[in-house]
Ligand binder design. Structure first.
Ligand code: COA
Length: 332
């Protein structure tokens, strides 16, 4: 048995902020942001929480399969911006959807959340621990970015992507293999200094702006270029995949230069690489499922396509996952 993605949808907030908007209050420019990152615009959620972006995408996923919320038996929410520390955002999604038969949990692997989550969900299904798993990658990054820090605030956006996973009998389809890594030594280069048990919120932490993303961009950049490219090349090698037999690279969208380096290492031409960072920026755990959803909506995913997902994020966490697409859009 393998786990198939049987439906996919996404939600992005309607409010668009282009690069010029930042130059009205920061020393930055459209040119700098575009050339260094590939980002042109991003979307920020004005009101509501991470779960409010997940719910519309989840409803669409259920509609694609003509399922009821009560058909879901597990909800996994990959996020670094949960609605609250507890209860889990998964519990909030369960309540808002009315998915009365579902258990679930949040998973924090930052930008690698969706790759981690997809591997966990696939293994859960293969082991018989769940049948219909709602896997969500979502982040409201605008809630944790410092709009006075030009080195980070221009990079991120808000959004959500949701897939439904179901068991499938033909083992040639669905989630096939993954290489998942973590290196806690990288934690010091990309993190939120306060708010947790290490530095609980205080007047001091708020005054010092410690509740926002801190990133040593150059150090993370170098680690990401090497890490994402290495695991992506390795997963191709060990599964006998070639540039010809891979249909799509669906990479985490943090920086166009990191994406290009990964594609080069895999020998893939640009037309096989999904890119939407120009429109959404880095939506952390949401980038990969939003990419999958847009490819699917455009009719560009076909049964049997070999797809490589690749990510790198805080932790450090990184990984690459190979799946063979199991459905045709005409079926839904
Ligand atoms: N506008 C204008 N100038 C800016 C700027 C902005 N928004 N942000 C930084 N700069 C300046 C810096 O202050 C620096 O100026 P200095 O040379 O006078 O000190 C200069 O631009 C170069 O900064 P640097 O940090 O070296 O740029 P970079 O080419 O490394 O690009 C990132 C910065 C953040 C885009 C890049 O490092 C990156 O993408 N890092 C990895 C992100 C990532 O993958 N995260 C993991 C997943 S979330």
């Amino acid at each position: 048995m393998k786990a198939y993605i049987t439906a996919v949808a996404h939600y992005v907030p309607p409010d668009v902020y282009d690069n010029h908007w930042f130059s009205t209050f920061l020393d930055t420019s459209d040119e700098w942001i575009r050339e260094r990152t590939g980002i042109r615009e991003r979307r920020f959620l004005r009101e509501g929480a991470t779960s409010d972006m997940i719910v519309p995408a989840a409803r669409e996923v259920l509609a694609q399969r003509a399922m009821q919320p009560s058909d879901i038996d597990c909800i996994i929410v990959c996020t670094v911006t949960p609605d609250q520390f507890f209860p889990s955002t998964a519990a909030n999604v369960q309540r808002k959807l009315g998915a009365t038969n579902a258990w679930g949990f949040d998973l924090n692997a930052a930008c690698s959340g969706f790759v981690y989550g997809l591997w966990v969900a696939a293994k859960l299904i293969e082991a018989g621990g769940a049948r219909n798993v709602l896997l969500c990658g979502a982040d409201k990054m605008s809630s944790i970015i410092n709009f006075e820090d030009r080195t980070t605030c221009v990079l991120f956006g808000d959004g959500a992507g949701v897939v439904l996973l179901e068991p499938g009998d033909d083992e040639a389809y669905g989630v096939q293999d993954a290489i998942i890594r973590m290196d806690g030594e990288g934690g010091q280069y990309l993190y939120m200094p306060a708010g947790g048990s290490l530095r609980p919120p205080s007047y001091e932490t708020v005054a010092n702006k410690e509740h926002y993303v801190f990133q040593d961009g150059q150090t993370v950049f170098k680690a990401a270029v090497v890490g994402m490219a290495e695991v992506s090349a390795e997963i191709m090698e060990r599964n006998g995949l070639s540039a010809e037999t891979v249909a799509w690279l669906v990479p985490h969208q943090a920086n166009l230069r990191i994406i290009d380096a990964t594609a080069r290492r895999m020998g893939l031409s640009k037309d096989k690489v999904m890119v939407n960072i120009d429109r959404y920026g880095n939506t952390t755990a949401a980038t990969i499922p939003i990419c999958l959803s847009e490819l699917y909506q455009a009719g560009k995913l076909h049964r049997g396509d070999n797809i490589i997902l690749a990510s790198f994020g805080a932790g450090y966490t990184w990984g690459s996952l190979w799946l063979r697409w199991a459905i045709e859009r005409t079926q839904v």
